[in-house]
Write a protein that binds this ligand. Structure first.
Ligand SMILES: Nc1ncnc2c1ncn2[C@@H]1O[C@H](COP(=O)(O)OP(=O)(O)OP(=O)(O)O)[C@@H](O)[C@H]1O
Length: 746
């Protein structure tokens, strides 16, 4: 039985229903009224609803509010100024002010999908009472939005998250015993909500390294050591944990976008997969249109992004698309690594204006930037200056001139402060700057961090509480459908790859058909004829395998940057990606095998049935593709993939019995033939192809040939089963590889 939960928030007498109903109601005053009326009549009940400074959580399974018997008080736990939990009974507040109503259509409700962090929150320091009294600044903001539907607005108010860090260190042991090099040295800082925090500093100062550490994109490995105390809303977090990474939108310096998609498709794809599943297609479309317009991408919205092989957007347009892909999800915290590099001054200002709107909606924004123009510099609220891996300044932008002046380096009049900062950082030695009073120590007294996964209301990710942080996004089925559709579009748009894939195998099939013309009807009593017949069959089966497995081997290494970006930013699961790729491969392989088989079968004049020939070729192609995918998932570099290609086929051919009969292979290595699909595929095909070889001499030769490859007519079923088993084993291996690799992108 499915419960339907609905959350309704009243803001200055207006109701904002949450979930599926919202888009219908937000602009309909009649329906708003209905909500108002029904809420007045409604009997409230609940288990506990807990809030911290910026979130509200349904604590236990939700009890129907419609049923009079379940009239329990609502308890709100909020934090006071000392960080202690204060309990407030909300029964009256809810009934009188209509701040929120949670309803369920039956009493055993446990489902809480429709709740969203975006829909209930308190500003920092606000309590439920502020909401009740209408003092919430968030409520004022919602009021300002007027009739604009919140779901269609990429700048809709949101709770936002604060990021705070201290003692961030990154060191690199030098090769040749040169000691340790400090890349980040006791770096500290914070990203307040509702402000743009900029990290500035000369090239090599450690800006990207710091961003990568904070956004969980850097890990200690070998000579690289990293330590950091990072807090998200004062929860001590491991930024590398997948759960945390998914809470932080991240725009890397290098754009990794699907080359054959358009900006409109990329932004809509991100929105569809990452926004709550209740968001309608119309909302997605409106959000996408608005994002494109805000980022100045309207004109090129339907141009392919492009990549190494395909010409498409300019570098600046690509960068803005990357930003749009993240911002459309209305993130609470955004990290961007040099988002303005490559942009002209107008586009850079336009981008910063968009980021400003994101902060006004409640988010924190952290970005690194090289040398901003003065108007961009002034749009920042908070500034961190890094120099040689240390914090040279940390504080508000407004305070920069005073800070520098007090330390003997006043910014000359009519001089861009950003240029002055860079000038000082580059021209004056660190020792002198230190003496002058730059490089302040972290003197903040940090609150005791809350613990993750601890019992009680302090947990971020307790089983039932995750709803407050991320309401349910696209289902697995939607993820697979969207990925499949994107891959099909990719295949149709990437005409060169498609033409190559189909064209080369057609050419090879024709060539092979011409060389082995009518070889199936050669006299088996003649050894040369039998050898040609055998060779033709082996090579035609191998051709089906190569034609499909080679693109699969390279597919993952080539798509890896896009996959890791999308996976790490919560677009889809590994399983959904894997399944969608499998479906595409299965379809394309079927088409390709049918084409190759039709040509080689009739040109070579084989004796086995066309059905068996096609099915054997398909089974071989699919299991070899599975092996290729496993190889492809294990490697990162496409060049390595190219070099590994012979490894996929040469051993299979060597063990097939074509060049040397298995009994002549030394026994200590012979066992390997049983792990290759070609062994079983060939045995199945040979048993049917050489079943009737005409004259007694021909039959004797065929029997010898079949015995030489150890094929047994009574074992055909087993060969099929083994082919399927190998296919499954290789696929599972590939999935395991992909899972392992998915989290390692640094
Ligand atoms: N994984 C790593 N291994 C070795 N050295 C590293 C690594 N990561 C960063 N570094 C070094 O740390 C220093 C800071 O690099 P980082 O990319 O963070 O600087 P940056 O301030 O972002 O520079 P830019 O503005 O030029 O992008 C550089 O000297 C770089 O070579």
């Amino acid at each position: 039985m499915t419960n339907k939960l609905r959350l309704v928030k009243r803001v200055y007498g207006r109701y904002f229903p949450v979930g599926e109903e919202q888009h219908n109601n937000s602009s309909s005053s009649t329906q708003m009224k209905n909500y108002e009326e029904s809420s007045k009549k409604r009997t409230r009940a609940d288990d506990s609803i807990t809030t911290t400074s910026n979130m509200i959580i349904m604590d236990n399974d939700i009890i129907s509010l419609e049923e009079p018997c379940s009239c329990l008080p609502v308890t709100v736990l909020s934090e006071d100024n000392n960080g202690d939990m204060v309990e407030t009974k909300l029964q009256k507040q809810i009934s009188d002010s209509g701040v929120m109503i949670v309803e369920s259509n039956n009493s055993s409700g446990t489902q809480s999908d429709s709740l969203s962090a975006e829909d209930i929150w308190f500003e920092e320091g606000e309590t439920a009472r502020d909401l009740e009294n209408g003092n919430s600044t968030v409520m004022e903001k919602v009021q300002e939005l007027g009739d604009t539907a919140l779901e269609e607005n990429p700048f809709a108010p949101r709770p936002g998250k604060t990021l705070l860090w201290t003692n961030v260190n990154m060191t690199m042991s030098s090769y040749g015993g040169g000691g340790e090099r400090k890349i980040l040295d006791n770096v500290w800082g914070e990203v307040p909500r509702k402000e743009i925090t900029a990290i500035m500093g000369p090239s090599g100062a450690g800006k990207t390294s710091l961003l990568n550490v904070l956004a969980g994109r850097a890990a200690p490995r070998g000579p690289l050591k990293i330590t950091a105390d990072v807090r998200l809303d004062n929860y001590a977090v491991n930024p590398r944990s997948m759960k945390i990474r998914k809470l932080i939108a991240f725009v890397a310096q290098d754009d990794s976008l699907q080359a054959t998609a358009t900006p409109r498709e990329s932004i809509a794809f991100s929105a569809r997969l990452r926004l709550p599943r209740s968001t309608t297609d119309r909302n997605i479309q409106k959000l996408t249109d608005r994002m494109l317009a805000e980022l100045g991408l309207a004109k090129c919205a339907d141009t392919v992004i492009g990549g190494m092989m395909v010409k498409g957007l300019s570098g600046g347009e690509r960068k803005r698309t990357s930003v749009g892909v993240e911002l459309v999800t209305k993130p609470d915290l955004v990290c961007l690594d040099e988002p303005t590099s490559g942009l002209d001054s107008f586009s850079a200002v336009q981008l910063c204006q968009v980021l400003k709107k994101v902060t006004q909606a409640g988010s924190g924004v952290l970005m690194s930037i090289h040398q901003p123009a003065s108007d961009i510099f002034c749009s920042f609220g908070h500034l961190i200056i890094l120099n040689e891996g240390r914090v040279m300044y940390q504080g508000s932008v407004a305070n920069v001139p005073t800070f520098f002046a007090q330390r003997g380096h006043p910014c000359p009049p009519h001089f861009n402060p950003a240029d002055w900062i860079m000038n000082r950082a580059k021209m004056i030695s660190t020792t002198e700057l230190c003496k002058a009073g730059f490089y302040p120590e972290d003197e903040r007294i940090l609150k005791d961090p809350k613990e993750l996964n601890a019992a009680g209301t302090r947990s971020l990710f307790g089983k039932r509480r995750v709803i407050a942080w991320s309401s349910k996004t696209a289902s697995k089925a939607t993820q697979i459908r969207l990925l499949f559709r994107r891959e099909v579009i990719n295949l149709t748009r990437d005409k060169i790859a498609m033409a190559g894939r189909l064209g080369f195998s057609t050419l090879l099939s024709l060539m092979m058909g011409a060389i082995f013309w009518d070889v199936g009807n050669s006299d088996s009593a003649n050894i040369a004829g039998l050898q040609g017949h055998f060779g033709g069959l082996v090579l035609s089966l191998v051709l089906s395998m190569i034609g499909t497995a080679q693109p699969s081997l390279l597919a993952f290494p080539l798509e890896r940057p896009v996959f890791v970006r999308e996976y790490s930013t919560n677009h889809y699961s590994v399983l959904a990606y894997f399944t969608s790729r499998f479906l595409v491969e299965a379809t394309v392989t079927a088409v390709q095998v049918l084409k190759i088989s039709a040509m080689t079968y009739y040109m070579m004049g084989f004796n086995l049935s066309f059905g068996t020939y096609c099915l054997t070729s398909y089974a071989l192609a699919m299991s070899s593709t599975a092996l290729a995918v496993a190889f492809g998932c294990a490697i990162e570099d496409p060049k390595l993939g190219m070099e590994m290609f012979p490894l996929l086929f040469i051993p299979q051919l060597l063990f097939s019995g074509f060049f040397v009969i298995p009994s002549m292979i030394p026994s200590w290595i012979r066992w390997q033939r049983y792990i290759f699909p070609l062994t079983y595929g060939l045995q199945i095909a040979m048993l049917e192809e050489f079943d009737d070889c005409g004259s007694p001499a021909g039959r004797a030769n065929c029997r010898l040939l079949i015995e030489s490859i150890e094929a047994d007519a009574d074992q055909v079923c087993l060969y099929w089963i083994l082919l399927v088993v190998l296919f499954i084993v290789f696929r599972v291996l590939a999935l395991a590889m992909l899972r392992k690799k998915a989290t390692k992108f640094f």
